[in-house]
Ligand binder design. Structure first.
Ligand SMILES: *Cc1c(COP(=O)(O)O)cnc(C)c1O
Length: 362
């Protein structure tokens, strides 16, 4: 043990709970229920519990090992299963997202063997080109899948603004609603859940433009970081600082902005460029690419600018910071989704869960 206290992710559970509750209340008048997505915080139990305390009944994560950690809520596996893990999927998840018949066959066998009924959210690709059946394949696919015992085709879902950045709109979400209506008309499936996407659908929700019939959203970033994900605008009434990153200054020295000597490549094969801003007060923080995605750090203290980072060192310009900067001083950052993902999956970053901010000790 080396007694590391930093770098540290400070995760305020009361704020996460507040965000989840506010989003539930925003969606409820439209008949929309929310699945709480925990993957960006590695399915932390405390985060799952905070979402459940906000009234969320279904927790969703992309990884089975995270689902195994989560509390006893209803659980959904977001990433399409590997058929060879069917036994674990059926054991750890009540729902999974699917688009392949061979996988459904494996899930069916596993569910039968376990004496369970596993629910399937069938994914439809309405244009973003990540997972999902093409809309015109859905009906024939369902006709085949209906023969499989142990599983239930319990809904349709789509995922947008992920691979191609395609935005949700009334037309592409309308495709889901029409397909669900068609499945009902043909007496094939009564969809319990028609899931209209992730945090990128919140803008449409706020405008009241989510087509009637969509009754579910799967929200991660909006709950954890308080932002929608089209323009990454803060959502009204939500905390954007439920998760922050802290790191420590290990050197504070005034240095020129122009390096001395001839310039080759930096540690990552890039050829850096410099502008002469004279002598600046620079701080090195014990934080680097092994801990976080430095481009996604948003300094919370005034007058602090991120200059760059190598594997283990983050360089800050602190010349405009209003006070003296000392070695050992802790700096705080907000995070983009990518930076949070990196920090939360880094074994070097301490995770501190805070349930009562007013009684925080350290
Ligand atoms: C990650 C994920 C979500 C949640 O996305 P956010 O942008 O964090 O709200 C929803 N659905 C699927 C399939 C996902 O993989």
């Amino acid at each position: 043990m080396v007694g590391n206290m930093y770098p540290r992710l400070r995760i305020d559970l009361a704020k996460i709970r507040h965000n989840a509750q506010t989003l539930r209340e925003l969606a409820r008048p439209w008949g929309i229920d929310i699945w709480g997505v925990t993957k960006v915080l590695c399915g932390a139990v405390q985060v799952g519990e905070a979402m459940m305390a906000a009234g969320i009944a279904t927790l969703a994560d992309s990884r089975l090992e995270n689902l195994a950690r989560l509390p006893t809520a209803e659980r959904a596996l977001l990433r399409l299963p590997d058929p060879r893990q069917a036994e674990a999927v059926v054991r750890l998840a009540h729902w999974s997202l699917n688009s392949e018949l061979v996988t459904l066959e494996a899930l069916s066998q596993a569910a039968l063997a376990a004496g369970k009924r596993h629910r399937v959210l069938l994914m439809v690709d309405v244009g973003d080109l990540r997972e999902g059946l093409w809309p015109d394949e859905v009906i024939p696919f369902v006709r085949q899948a209906l023969h499989l015992p142990g599983i239930e085709i319990a809904g349709l879902g789509t995922n947008l603004t992920c691979f191609s950045g395609v935005l949700p709109d009334p037309t592409n979400l309308g495709v889901l609603v029409q397909l669900a209506a068609e499945l009902k008309r043909l007496s094939l499936v009564e969809c319990q859940v028609i899931s209209g996407g992730n945090s990128s659908s919140l803008e449409l929700l706020q405008q009241g433009k989510i087509p009637k019939g969509i009754n579910n959203l799967r929200l991660g970033e909006a709950i954890i970081l308080g932002r929608e994900t089209i323009a990454r605008r803060p959502l009204p009434g939500l905390f954007t600082d439920a998760v922050t990153l802290q790191a420590v200054a290990i050197e504070v020295i005034e240095k020129p902005t122009l390096p001395t000597g001839s310039i080759g490549q930096d540690a990552f094969g890039q050829r850096p460029a410099f502008t002469d801003l004279g002598v600046r007060r620079r701080a090195i923080l014990a934080l680097g690419r092994q801990d976080v995605h430095p481009e996604g750090l948003l300094p919370l203290e005034p007058g602090v600018r991120v200059l760059g980072a190598s594997s283990d060192h983050l360089l800050l310009d602190t010349s405009d910071y209003p006070e003296g900067v000392k070695v050992g001083q802790v700096f705080s950052f907000g995070l983009t989704y990518g930076a949070l993902l990196a920090a939360s999956t880094s074994p070097y970053v301490v995770k501190q869960f805070i349930s009562h901010p007013e009684r925080e000790g350290t």
